[in-house]
Every structure is written in C-alpha cells, then in structure tokens.
Design a protein around this ligand. Structure first.
Ligand code: IPE
Ligand code: IPE
Ligand code: MG
Length: 232
C-alpha cells in the first residue's frame, strides 16, 4: 500500500479576499464575510479528513479595527452569532475550538461567545480549530514577554521564555501558512511560529475555497523539504 502523504500537523490560514469576492459581485463587503464563513466550514471538514491536527484561522487582526465602523460592527456581530451558534456543527464533526489573540480587547459578548464555545467543545478530539481573533503576532510576543516578566521579575528573556508564554504554548508551532487572494505577506500573523513555517500563496478569494483547495495545500506541503537550517 502507498504511504499516505505527510500532512502539516498545524496549518495556518490567512483567509483573505472576502471584500474583493463581494465587490466582484457588486455586493457589500459584509456579504463576502458571510460567504467566507461557509468556506471555513468546508475547509475545516476536509482538513479533518486529511488528518491535519490543528488549523489556525486568521479571523480578525489587531489592525482590522482600522476598517469602517460598519464593517467592524458587522464582523463582531458575525462572531457573536456564529462562533457559538455553530456549536452543533463542531460537536457533530469532533471539532475542538481554541482562541488565540487578545481576548480582553474584544467586546464582552464576543469574548463570552468564545469562552463558552471553547468550554463546550473541549472534549472533541478529531481536529482543533484555533480562532485567531484580535490577533497580532507582535502583540502576542509583547504579551508573552510581559507575562514572563511578571512571573520572573528581573530575569533574562530567552527563546523558551517567550515560546512558553505565547497564547497557546501547548499547541505545536505552525508547519505551513497559506494565504488566499494572492497577497504575499503575513500581515502580522503568527510571527514567532513562522520562523520555519512553509509558506504558500493561492489566487482564489477565500469565499471560493472548497475541499479541493485544502487537498492542494496538503499536496503542496508534501512536496516541501524542511531543513531547519541543517542539511537534507
Ligand atoms: C479577509 O478578507 C477578512 C478579514 C480580514 C476580516 P478582506 O476583508 O481583507 O478582503 P479584501 O482583502 O478586502 O478583499
Ligand atoms: C489579514 O488580512 C487579516 C485577516 C485575514 C484576518 P488583511 O486583509 O487585514 O491584511 P492586509 O491589510 O491586506 O495586509
Ligand atoms: Mg484583505
């Protein structure tokens, strides 16, 4: 029997292009966000079928507050209604939800919806979906340093000290970061973990992503040679 191709243990996804997807159809940007959520559900199911253990979805960055009040309000409303509103879907598919980012900077209802969902999916074991929300890689590193210093005043900062104080130290570092909509940048996503992550960029707008796109990501990952500074 052929060996199953190696899949990333942890995949990071920068879900981009919701606005452009909507613009192309003369719809408001918010319609793109609603459609993007459907793509997320397709992708998480296929990621589980492929045997990926963790998927981090970049949902809202620390910079996304710069958008119009109307768009931010719509997104926050979407998070409140959908993060906990999809509980039956998570439980049906064995999806455990975790969150990464500065939850204290979110409206109370959003934080509550996340905390409830994390609690109520904690026994699911098929796949872990991590919602990166009010997330910034620089912000996470600063918070990790401050967390360490408050526990160990006056001590020197080491790589281990930072890694152990990131938001989810128990989660393995991301193996591959992919981005939709053809932008080739990280936009402050998982800066610490990305030191040795494989990167891949795809043209399709996020709301158009389906099962086939995740199979393509897995195939592309299986072709990479990871060296971590050593030799093959
Ligand atoms: C990604 O899509 C979703 C969020 C950042 C919340 P965008 O809204 O950035 O879509 P574009 O880049 O404007 O097309
Ligand atoms: C990154 O996308 C943030 C999320 C996907 C949540 P952006 O659309 O905000 O990034 P830039 O502004 O194009 O770099
Ligand atoms: Mg964008």
């Amino acid at each position: 029997m052929e060996d199953k191709p190696v899949v990333p243990a942890h995949l990071g996804i920068i879900m981009d292009g919701n606005g452009r997807w909507a613009k192309k159809r003369s719809l408001p940007r918010t319609a793109g966000h609603a459609e993007g959520l459907k793509a997320l559900k397709r992708v998480i199911c296929e990621a589980a079928r492929q045997g990926i253990g963790y998927v981090t979805f970049y949902t809202f960055s620390t910079e996304n507050w710069k958008r119009s009040e109307q768009e931010v309000k719509y997104l926050m409303h979407l998070f409140v209604s959908k993060i906990h509103g999809e509980l039956a879907f998570y439980n049906k598919h064995g999806i455990r939800i975790l969150a990464r980012g500065d939850l204290n900077g979110l409206p109370e209802e959003v934080r509550h919806a996340i905390e409830q969902t994390v609690l109520e999916t904690s026994n699911n074991t098929t796949i872990t979906a991590i919602v990166a929300i009010n997330y910034g890689g620089r912000d996470e590193i600063c918070r990790a340093v401050n967390k360490f210093l408050s526990k160990n005043p006056g001590q020197g900062i080491t790589e281990t000290a930072i890694a152990d104080n990131l938001d989810l130290p128990q989660v393995p570092p991301v193996d591959m970061i992919v981005r939709s909509a053809n932008e080739k940048r990280l936009s402050n996503f998982l800066l610490w973990d990305s030191a040795y992550a494989e990167l891949a960029f795809y043209e399709k707008f996020w709301p158009d992503w389906n099962e086939e796109d995740i199979r393509k990501v897995c195939h592309d990952y299986s072709q990479r040679v990871r060296k971590f500074g050593g030799v093959e």
